[in-house]
Design a binder for this molecule. Structure first.
Ligand code: OXD
Ligand code: MN
Length: 648
């Protein structure tokens, strides 16, 4: 046995042990053992031979004390919640129905891009070769030998004294031909409870696996630090050695050291985007970082739109928008990920592979997203938000929603007083993990096995200057270029001060599963698959005027932009050609009833010096980051834009 188990760990495992005895299957005995390990929940005969051998190999590697096969039942969930309370991982939020607050180790609060790797034989399969002396920013590659030793170093014996949960899950409705199955092996009950919300998890999936379905292999451990000391037994993790590994060739993910979010709920970014994009490339479809919404116009005509925005651009807000334009209705299919493929009629159809929303809490309020606020106060796990003395939650943006006499405890567990404490009450990346089906405007077709038909694709970002509210791409190739050239204002890495506009092509920069140049070729190849491609748009809700204020009110008023897009799809003559694409003709944006005064000239202006610099920035990015992997079609598009801008 490796010597990583210390006193804290033993205490922790004894607690689980005591609890596990209560959980034990009445027939625990020789017949309910896997590699000599007790199966304390579930039935061995529910595991297909392939699943069983995957589990056995990882029992040998991780040496858990016991195994729990998840069935996804309420009863099981109740037991896990109880266990997590005993361990101090969660506390109940008594103000709401079945809501819980988890506090992580403060060293484990976000995805760690620098520790996320894709493993292929050749580096060029994973990332384009950056220009000499330039650091690549389109993903991290790891050699197979290094991935194997990283796993061995960290995962050998990593579950000693703990329970290995076997989590069977489906990304997408179990019955959909567009869905895919995964098995996550994890030593974190928090991950199990979250996966039950974020995916379709449990018995139904085991049944599909017994019928021979393939699965993506997802191994996860919160880990134990090399010196054996678990700093916070309620949230074990190993931040120093955290690593998130993907091996597309084997549909395999291995994640070690973090219990949080995208690092540990492996169905989301790791499977649905990174491994998903490699499967999509092989099988001829698209796995994208996109929300999906349905929008019905006042005449009752409904269309679906998919939209890619980098993190922190209000994806969840748009997906759940309350339109200000009378007669419009928005319904939500998903807020983060879209899997899309063409049907036999050449119609692009999308499913949301997820089953829940893992949304950033701060900034969510009855004014920014009343629908989210109606969704999240039952059956939800909140992580790293602040709590209130009346058993509720609090975060930045909720100031008007809590009464003045409640006391607030910040995400670290310290008393927090507004105006007195300079640090935020909730961690900026604190989250709600909530079932999508609870959303009051969930689309009736959100679980349609065939997916919903996509009429338009939107790209966007936070662009304080130069980029108009909306424009339509000239054609598919130009649209792919627009996605490739996406940039957004973000808080840069610690070494930079303040905000900078960063490149985030297709909002996929942290999520590409393979070489971005090949990804672009894949997008371009969609032209061969259909003669009925969705139209592509670029939107920017965040342009600022010369006074530094936002030029556009955003939120529900964005329905005016969607209205213009729908009218374009109906071939209304409401657009004019410009060097960057088709912009609304003057007076074609419906501003009826808009309370704020909007300076349309400034909002839609195309300053020549801005666009010259933009073209240069894109050119530099492509040449430094993508180099020879850039498809000719995309460099032709760039040259075309350069020419049109020069002629402005
Ligand atoms: C997310 C992200 O967590 O995009 O959804 O960062
Ligand atoms: Mn996301």
């Amino acid at each position: 046995m490796p010597d990583i188990v210390n006193k804290t760990e033993n205490t922790y495992s004894n607690e689980i042990g005591r609890f596990a005895k209560n959980l034990s299957h009445p027939n625990v005995g020789l017949f309910n053992q896997l590699r000599g390990i007790s199966v304390v929940h579930g039935n061995l005969k529910d595991l297909s031979p392939k699943v069983r051998s995957y589990v056995e190999a990882n029992i040998d590697l991780c040496t858990p004390e016991r195994v729990h096969i998840c069935d996804g039942s309420d009863n099981e969930n109740g037991q896990l919640l109880k266990l997590m309370q005993q361990q101090g991982t969660i506390t109940p939020l008594l103000k709401y129905e079945n809501c819980w607050l988890a506090r992580t180790n403060p060293a484990d609060t976000a995805r760690v891009e620098s520790k996320t790797f894709i493993c292929t034989e050749n580096k060029s399969e994973t990332i384009p070769t950056p220009k000499d002396g330039v650091k690549g920013a389109l993903g991290n590659w790891i050699a197979p030998r290094d991935m194997d030793s990283a796993i061995k170093e960290r995962l050998m014996g990593c579950m000693t004294g703990r329970t290995m949960y076997i989590v069977p899950f489906s990304m997408g409705p179990v019955a959909s031909p567009l869905s895919k199955i995964g098995i996550e092996l994890t030593d974190s009950p928090y991950v199990v409870a979250s996966m039950r919300i974020m995916t379709r998890m449990g018995k139904e999936v085991l049944e599909k696996l017994l019928q021979g379905a393939e699965f993506v292999k997802c191994l996860h451990s919160v880990g134990t630090p090399a010196n054996g000391f678990v700093e916070m037994p309620s949230w074990p993790c190993d931040p120093e050695r955290t690593i998130i590994l993907h091996r597309p060739k084997d549909n395999e993910i291995v994640s070690y050291g973090s219990g949080y979010g995208g690092n540990s709920l492996l169905g989301k970014k790791c499977f649905a985007l990174r491994i998903g994009s490699t499967i999509a490339k092989r099988e001829g479809w698209l796995a994208e970082h996109m929300l999906i919404l349905g929008i019905t116009n006042p005449q009752g005509k409904k269309r679906y739109i998919a939209a890619a925005f980098p993190s922190a651009c209000g994806k969840t807000n748009l997906a759940m928008m309350t339109p200000s334009l009378p007669g419009y209705k928005v319904e939500c299919v998903g807020d983060d990920i879209a899997w899309m493929r063409f049907d036999s009629n050449g119609q692009l159809r999308a499913i949301n592979p997820e089953n829940g929303f893992f949304g950033v809490a701060p900034g969510t309020s009855n004014s920014s997203n009343p629908i989210a606020m109606k969704t999240i106060f039952k059956n939800t796990v909140f992580t790293n938000v602040a709590s209130t003395s009346d058993g509720g939650v609090f975060w930045e943006g909720m100031e008007d929603e809590v009464s003045g006499d409640v006391r607030i405890t910040d995400w670290r567990g310290n008393q927090w007083v507004k105006g007195k404490n300079s640090s935020p009450a909730a961690h900026p990346n604190s989250r709600f993990c909530t079932p999508a089906g609870q959303c009051p405007i969930i689309d009736p077709a959100w679980e349609d096995p065939e997916g919903v038909p996509i009429s338009a694709i939107l790209f966007g970002g936070r662009r304080p200057a130069g980029v108009p509210l909306v424009y339509e791409a000239r054609n598919w190739k130009h649209g792919v270029f627009v996605g490739a050239a996406m940039r957004s204002e973000a808080t840069a890495a610690a070494e930079h001060k303040g905000k900078v506009v960063m490149h985030d092509p297709f909002a996929m920069r942290p999520f590409f599963g393979y070489n971005f140049g090949d990804y672009l070729r894949h997008w371009l190849s969609m032209e061969e698959r259909s003669s009925n491609l969705p139209r592509i748009y670029h939107v920017n809700w965040f342009r600022k005027g010369s006074d530094g204020k936002f030029l556009w009110p955003g939120y529900g008023e964005n329905s005016r932009v969607l209205d213009w897009i729908l009218r374009r799809l109906d071939n209304e003559d409401c657009a004019q050609e410009t060097p960057v694409g088709y912009l609304p003709k003057s007076n074609s944006l419906n501003l009826d009833g808009l309370k704020e005064k909007v300076d349309l000239n400034e909002l839609f202006s195309l300053p020549k010096d801005f666009w010259s610099e933009e073209v240069s920035a894109i050119e530099k990015y492509f040449s430094e980051q993508v180099g020879k992997d850039l498809p000719n079609e995309i460099s032709d598009e760039l040259a075309g834009l350069r020419k049109r801008v020069n002629a402005m």
